[in-house]
Design a protein around this ligand. Structure first.
Ligand SMILES: N[C@@H](CCC(=O)N[C@@H](CS)C(=O)NCC(=O)O)C(=O)O
Length: 206
């Protein structure tokens, strides 16, 4: 059975959500953040040398990148291709891959800077706050433009990239950055209203 190392509160909720959408059985090991620093603690480092989450164990395989975990789960446990276009549709598959990598590759870093600055006493280093102030709207605006009036990022159906983008939007909302993007707020609400997301939240204790 798949084992998920889940650190509250963060990305791994979105891996648990994918497992729920797939209807898979899985075991969940829950880790808590340090109450003062907000960082993961020694117990998670014992599970994986990076001490970050999500981590999954599937048989003798251990994976520790959320995008790679999504790919692995969909390649192996989505036989009907519900959450990904077929490999034979080259262009759709390439766009799918780009959006699957986009969350961690481009969108996350500016939000991480915002998160760190929010915990830092003022005055903030102007280069860092200036970069974050420019980049966060650039990324959120880009997602909103691409989403347009579609229900999910690639069209009518929930697909692999929505899980990573869901995390990005939830983080942006926590940081107070999502309000200028009503279409993104509605998209996030659409995802979190899904029964599988509700089950994931309950199971993960969030
Ligand atoms: N690129 C990794 C990032 C993993 C990551 O940074 N996870 C955060 C939780 S959202 C974490 O474990 N942070 C704990 C820490 O750094 O102390 C992925 O996509 O899985």
């Amino acid at each position: 059975m798949i084992l998920v190392h889940h650190l509250r509160i963060g990305r791994s909720l979105f891996t648990v959500w994918l497992l729920e959408e797939l209807g898979l059985e899985y075991e969940l090991k829950i880790y808590l953040r340090h109450p003062k620093t907000g960082r993961a603690q020694e117990d998670l480092r014992q599970a994986h040398p990076l001490g970050k989450s999500p981590v999954i164990e599937d048989g003798d395989l251990m994976l520790s990148e959320s995008g790679a975990i999504t790919s692995h789960l969909l390649d192996n446990y989505d036989p009907d291709g519900t959450f990904a276009p077929p490999a034979s549709d080259r262009n759709a598959r390439a766009i799918y891959g780009q959006w699957l990598h986009y969350s961690e590759g481009s969108a996350f870093a500016p939000l991480l800077l915002k998160l760190i600055l929010a915990r830092e006493a003022k005055p903030h280093p102007p280069m860092v706050s200036g970069f974050a102030a420019q980049e966060v709207p650039l990324q959120l605006g880009y997602i909103q433009d691409f989403l347009d009036d579609k229900p999910y990022i690639l069209g009518d159906k929930l697909q692999g990239p929505d899980f990573g983008i869901g995390f990005i939007l939830q983080l942006a909302q926590r940081l107070g950055e999502l309000a200028p993007y009503p279409a993104l707020e509605a998209y996030l609400a659409r995802m979190t209203a899904r029964p599988a997301f509700q089950r994931a939240r309950e199971r993960a204790g969030e």
